[in-house]
Design a protein around this ligand. Sequence first.
Ligand code: OFO
Length: 162
Amino acid sequence: MLSDKMLAALNDQLNAEYYSSYLYLAMSGHCEAAGFLGMAHWLRKQSEEELGHAMKFYRFILDRGGRIELKGIEAPPGHWKSPLALFEDVVSHERKITDRIWKLVELSGAEKDPATRVFLHWFVEEQVEEEAQASTIVQKLRLIGDSVNGLLLIDRELGARS
Ligand code: OFO
């Protein structure tokens, strides 16, 4: 059985994963409207992945006998001044999520809940990968600067995400 504190924190994380999905969908729409179809594709895939993360929390809460508490999803921003600014926001968002996951791990220790701790391991690893992927894109965008050719090349590369 989940403690009340653990359950509330897991339901909060469920909401945070939905917000991540919403944020990346907003970013995808912004990129598509700006003509960066590859970036839009990459971000839509990311948005779908985040829904998968949300459902992992949903499943786990129910499997542990907890109640799902869905809350309103905050509205994400809708405009970014450049692809670089947008992907910098991806990195900083993922860092915030990493921080949240690590705090959940700490709480699972404090609440003496090894099942939640083990469940969270997948997310600890996933965050390392997500931060690394987004940081690589930011690095490339910084190198590219204002080069239109460079932007079109990276757009094509991101459009190949399966
Ligand atoms: Fe981006 O990993 Fe979930 O939120």
